[in-house]
Each structure stands twice: as C-alpha cells, then as structure tokens.
Design a protein around this ligand. Structure first.
Ligand code: GLU
Length: 448
C-alpha cells in the first residue's frame, strides 16, 4: 500500500506503534489492502475508527514460564496470550510452542484469527498465544512440567466464556492434556469448554484432529468445482508433515488425487507412487521421528531430498501446510511455470506477499489461510457446542458439519468477490466478509 490514503496512513501508524514485528505488519497490510472498496461503501466504519480499533489488541499478556528440566537445570521461557477481538464471541485461537514465537508472531496469528473465525460463521472472537519453548527432543515429563507452569499463569485469563485456547504448532492432545489437567486442578472445575482439541476420552470432539487438513481440501474442492473440475487424477504437493499436512494428504487421497510429496524442516520426501499417509503418521505422530526415515522403510524408490524446496516439484495443486512465509515469490514463479492450477494455505500465512501477488496476477486459484484453513477452528467451535450441551457427536455427523461450513465459507468469499466486481479473488472475498461481520458487531456495541 504505497498511496498516501487513509489506509496507507493507518498502516504506517501500525508499523510505528508496533516496531520490530514484521509478521504482524505483513498480516495487517494484507487485510488493509483489501478494504478500500469496503470503506468507500461504508463511511460509518471510518467514522467509528473501526480499522484503528481492530488493529489494536483488546489485551496482551506476557508472562514468565519457569520450569526444571530432567537434568535439574532451571529453564525460563516466555509465555504469551494476545486477546485480540471479542466482538463475535470469546477469544478463540491456538497456542504455539516453537522457538520462533515472539510477540509479533503471536499478534500476526491473533489478527488473522479474528477474520478467520468470523468467516467460519461460528460465534467466536480472535486470540492466539504460545511460547518460545521448543518441545523437540524433550521428554514427556519435561513437556508436562512446562505445560503445568505455563497454565499456572494462563489459567487466570481464560474460561469457556472468556478465552478458549487450542493447539497449533508444537501443541497437540498431549500438551492440551497436561494443560487441561492443571487448569482443572487450579480451578477445581471440570470446565470442558475452556480448551479445544482435547482427547476424545475427556471432552474432545471427533474430527477436530482431522479438521484443518480436511477443511483445506474441501475448500480446494469447492474452488476447483467452481471451475468445472475436481481433484481426481491431480498431482498434489503438500508441505509439512504435522497435523495439518497429514490430514490434508489423507483427504486428497480419499478424493482421488495423488500426493507425491510432503516435507519437514530438513527437506522433502518424494514418492511418485503416492505418499503412504499411514507410514507418515506412524513416524510423526507415534514415533515423533523425522520423515527422512520414510524412504528406507517404504522401499519403493521414494526419495528424501535434504535441504531442498518442495516447491520445485511439478504439481497441479499445491498445499502449503507447514508455517509462515514458507512459499516465496521465486517458489511461486516455479510453481506457475510448472502449471499449478490451485494453491490453498493450510498453514497460517505460508505464502509471502510476493507469492500471493503472482498467484493473483496469473489467475491461479488461490485460497488464503483465513478461508482455507478455517475448518480447524470451526470444528473447535463445534467442540465447544458439544461441551456446552454435554454431548458427543458421531464422526460422520461431525464431518458433515465441517463440510457444510467449508462450502459456506467458499460461497461467501466467492459471492463477495463477485459483488465487488473482483470475480475469483478469494483474498479480497475472505478479508471483506471476515472484516464486515466483526465491524458490524463492533458498531452495534458503541465505542468500546
Ligand atoms: N491453531 C488453529 C488455527 O490456526 C486452531 C485454533 C483453534 O482451534 O482454536 O486456526
């Protein structure tokens, strides 16, 4: 946004007020760049300074997380929870445990979460949290002590009507179990709806684990279907090999596509016969190992390529499901040169602004994270619904609900883009739809 208009000025203000937070600036710019036509149509938003208010988190909590490792050494980490916006419901969003976590990263994720959650159509606000703790290589006991210490501070800020954390990178059912146990102990309440992504035996919801990956693929199916095609026979590349990637791969294969590659931070795994998702799950989910072990165990000519970018592989559909800014402008050029038809973001903000620009300019179907990966948090809202009614739904019913939600997200992005004369622009459709719902609720509440 280089023009010196109101939105450009606001962006500059955000950069000044939030120094050294490049990921947050990037997320804000991407939303602001979509909003000029909306602000022109709704002068009341401008008058009420809605954009200025939305860019400022309602509350930011930073805390010390001390714990003792297996060798008896004291370790200190930093914990975060950014409660960004509660116009549509309690703050909702995951916790990320990864050494790259800092305030700017948590704010970018929390900001994205506001619009994603709004777009999901569920009654949830936006928030995010986490720590710079690295769970890699830690024993179960160390993970438990860390999670207990983290929750010993976090518990006073959360609650089923206040703020409902879940998982993200580095936080799955094991970590949520330790945190839920500590919350229960500190509060003396079995408050199931305070966390989502829980284990199935203690209040978790069926399909939550699969939901982000499945939802991304349902979104791709809708984008392709709007162009009169589908996933059958298509070659698909999925980056990452965590929870999102695993279930995206599973759903692609159920819908007739072939996933030829996935990756981790060490490189990518190429299996032209189609990735054996069961084996990846065994290595990653159960053994907590590395996918470089896959080729030796599969013995079918598959190959692990260390240190290379997965986006050099030709494919018709690309699903970045690893982490932010993992797909650059030059990767996008390679993908487009190799004939990619559709790209959908399973991770949060995995494509750099240059990559997104290239996809949009070349008419490549592009599903932004706020829309394409909203299935995870939407199913978290279904978990909250089941917890509130002390109910537990079947797998098939839960998956049908997820499917319906993804179809509806696609429809609303698609139709909003058409309404504003930007057909096929899902970035514009997602930002505009997500923003307007939050803005209308905030207007109704007055200046708060
Ligand atoms: N961390 C996930 C996301 O990025 C899920 C959040 C949740 O379920 O609350 O949307």
């Amino acid at each position: 946004m280089h023009q010196k208009d109101t939105l450009g000025e606001l962006y500059e203000q955000v950069v000044q007020r939030n120094p050294a937070e490049p990921e947050f600036h990037q997320a804000v710019l991407e939303v602001l760049e979509s909003l000029s036509p909306v602000i022109a149509k709704h002068p009341e938003y401008k008058e009420a300074k809605l954009l200025e208010r939305i860019c400022e988190p309602e509350r930011q909590i930073i805390f010390r997380v001390p714990w003792v490792d297996d060798s008896g050494t004291v370790q200190i980490h930093r914990g975060f929870r950014v409660e960004f916006n509660s116009a549509l419901g309690p703050y909702k969003g995951g916790l990320r445990f990864h050494p790259s976590v800092n305030l700017g990263v948590v704010k970018f994720l929390g900001f994205e979460q506001i619009f994603k959650n709004s777009l999901s159509g569920m009654p949830i606000g936006g928030g995010k949290g986490g720590s710079d703790f690295d769970p890699k290589g830690r024993s179960d006991n160390e993970i438990m002590r860390f999670c207990q210490s983290f929750m010993t501070e976090l518990y006073r800020h959360i609650g089923e009507y206040t703020d409902v954390p879940a998982g993200d990178i580095g936080v799955g059912a094991r970590e949520l179990g330790f945190m839920f146990g500590q919350y229960k102990r500190l509060t003396n309440r079995y408050e199931s709806g305070v966390l989502t992504g829980k284990g199935l035996g203690w209040g978790g919801a069926r399909v939550r684990k699969e939901a982000t990956g499945y939802g991304t693929v349902y979104f791709v199916r809708e984008m392709l279907s709007a162009q009169g095609t589908n996933l059958e026979g298509k070659e698909v590349v999925v980056s990452g090999s965590g929870n999102v990637a695993i279930y995206a791969m599973e759903k692609v294969q159920q819908l007739g596509g072939t996933v030829v590659a996935c990756s981790d931070s060490g490189g990518y795994l190429y299996d032209p016969a189609g990735i054996d998702v069961g084996l990846v799950r065994q290595i990653k989910e159960i053994e907590r190992g590395r996918i470089s072990d896959y080729a030796a165990r599969r013995q079918n000519g598959s190959d692990f390529v260390a240190g290379a970018s997965i986006w050099e592989l030709p494919c018709q559909v690309a699903l970045p499901c690893a982490t932010q800014n993992e797909l650059t402008g030059s990767d996008a050029k390679t993908l487009i040169g190799n004939g990619v038809m559709a790209v959908a973001e399973g991770a949060n903000m995995p494509c750099t602004p240059e990559a997104v620009k290239l996809f949009r300019e070349t008419g490549t179907l592009f599903g932004p994270a706020k829309a394409a990966n909203a299935g995870g948090v939407a199913t978290s809202a279904l978990e909250m619904q089941q917890n509130a009614s002390r109910d537990s739904w079947s797998f098939d019913y839960s998956e049908q609900r997820l499917k319906d939600i993804m179809v509806e997200i696609h429809r609303s992005c698609f139709e909003t883009a058409e309404e504003y004369g930007r057909p096929g622009d899902y970035v514009f459709g997602a930002n505009t739809t997500g923003f307007c719902r939050v803005a209308d609720a905030m207007l109704a509440f007055g200046v708060i």
